[in-house]
Design a protein. Sequence first.
Length: 202
Amino acid sequence: MNKRYSAPLAIALAALLLAGALSAPAQSTEDEHAAKPEPIISREAIDQSTFFFSLPPRHGNTERITFTDLVYENNAVLMLWTTACPLCKLEVRHMNKLVEWAEEHPEANLLVASVNFDALGSRGLEQAYWDKAALPKFDVYWDPGARHFDEDVWLVEEKGLPLTFYLAQGGLPVRIVTGFSADLVEFAKQEFLPESAKRPAK
């Protein structure tokens, strides 16, 4: 089941949009044709988002990773999951397809990543059974026990796993996919392709 961002997030999203409006740099006409869009909101403003998290460089993370790192210059799809969840492991296949699609469509400016909540961190992933087609092709970061994700914001316990967030550049959630879905690529097309690219060729 998928849904747009829900009412409990409205205040946080409004604050994020306001911060972006106050801090977004002016863009020239030349910027509109750049291969990669200029940041639309400052790193400092994204750091103040209620969705902000910071994962330390342990449990398999080679360096500290933050919410801001994911969405400052990119649209992003972020899946929250664990290898103990059969549906999560099945969803990895569709995340892999999303990675392939994003590589074929740079105009979507899409980063695909995940945070795994296994208690063993990277060792849990190494010990899990994977067939060759299901090995993750996307970045996997670790947060054992979901300690760095605010339940009031991310609703991990309430909604269950897998839980996939579609985040517009700057950090605004535009879609939340609850549970397993085979339509991750279709959702990305709807959310991140320019309108001209969505029209069928004549």
